[in-house]
Design a protein around this ligand. Sequence first.
Ligand code: SIN
Length: 529
Amino acid sequence: MALETDFIVIGSGIAGLRASIELAKNGAKVSVLTKSKTSDSNTEWAQGGVAVVLSDDDNAELHEGDTLVAGAGLCDEKAVEILVTEGTKYIKQLIEWGTEFDREGGKLVFTKEAAHSRRRILHAHGDSTGKEIVRALVARARQEQAINLLPFSHAESFIVRDGRCVGVRYLDPILKAERDIFAKGVILCTGGAGQLYQHSTNPPVATGDGMAMSYFAGAEIADMEFVQFHPTALNLENAPRFLLSEAMRGEGAILRNAHGKRFMGDYDERLELAPRDIVSRSIVSEMRRTGTRTVFLDITEKSEEFLKHRFPKIYETCKYFDLNIAKDLLPVSPASHYTMGGVRTDLWGRTTIPGLYAAGEVTCTGVHGANRLASNSLLEGLVFGARAGKSAVVDSSEFRVQSLELKEENPKSKVQNPKSERIATAVSKRVKRVMWERVGIVRDAESMQRALSEFEQISQANLSKASRNFVTLALMVTKAALWREESRGGHFRSDFPERDKDWKVHSIQKQGEEISTSEKINFQKGAEA
Ligand code: SIN
């Protein structure tokens, strides 16, 4: 039987939780679908912190300026202004709701990260900022009786009728079968697609399904060529690429090559605090120059006592792998970290499909442009999650939920058989590897053409929905990266190494159409919620 609710939110990271709370505050019933546990999201893994204008020597113009510089000419200025000005209000609210950011003598402590002109990054429990925010938001969401959290409910597709998104088809974890749920509006907050790459700092759930679902429903997807690679993921055989937060470099950690030499001075005068794309490429270049596969992060200047307190999670994780961060050099290499591109939205989270809204890393709001400023993503999820919730309520005031009988009485079981699981694993492994080797930190036409042919071939096979989504995303990133014949922000082409003013446009992809361009991400003309 089909279900009905007022609104459906897909994803329970910072954007999804904040959107759900906003909807419930406005008297709406909300069903929150997540494909894993409620706490399993990119947000939960966020270490470094959240950038916000709250310290005495900071102001919104400075934060805005830093964000625009990082975005390399492709930020939407209005979106950035909203981020930095409304961000302060929403962070204060998060503190009122019980989020415990780190303090000294009762005062909030701010750290510095690359490309920020001020110390403006709040953190919690040293390096567990995302976890603390999710804890506080889940606790706040649980106070709202109208919010129904549905973990292990994997959204599969949007139900679109007469051009409007009216519901979601998902895999019911109890029935182990597809089920439809109808609503006045759907807010997509499924996070990014870091898992497209063989090496990623992201959790396994970051497979970009929301972007692929939106594409197949007919939404516009923007700027997929812009992927951010974090310079310092732990690089140990048979260990996950655990993130060694940029905040470590903010606190003075330096990078050394395989011979122990500090090398960032050879690449950029900002040294270890140059923007992430520059540090990542410098590391790749230094590895090639020295014929090695790793470089080292060195924070041994700091005392063990300081490090245990400031980076407790990193300290413990490295200890598990027999590394003492106060004494040992830490082997690191870059890994995919953040997807700047995504579902195109206006300034209120509206996508190009009426009834479908989106917030957080799954979107392209124009906030990040070609390269995200460190620690701006939690802030984006918070601000634009709340805005999407507000606009969904206002826009749908005249709309009544209408469930449609779309499927057979006895739904077919969707339990995967071992053979199809093996095929899905093989497809995912191959795609990740090709993405890493051919559409990674340094790209060129020849390499990407080969990736494109291989993905096109894979996409002809009889694939599961998840594999189809995954290959489609790989195709989208590759096509956009091939199309953009310049280097800008997170997209670097060795065959077009310079930024070119003629490419100061966004790539827009829509199913069944060639890539088109737009000067702006925000597609609405003056529509406010
Ligand atoms: C980090 O802690 O280095 C990650 C912060 C971010 O990606 O914004």
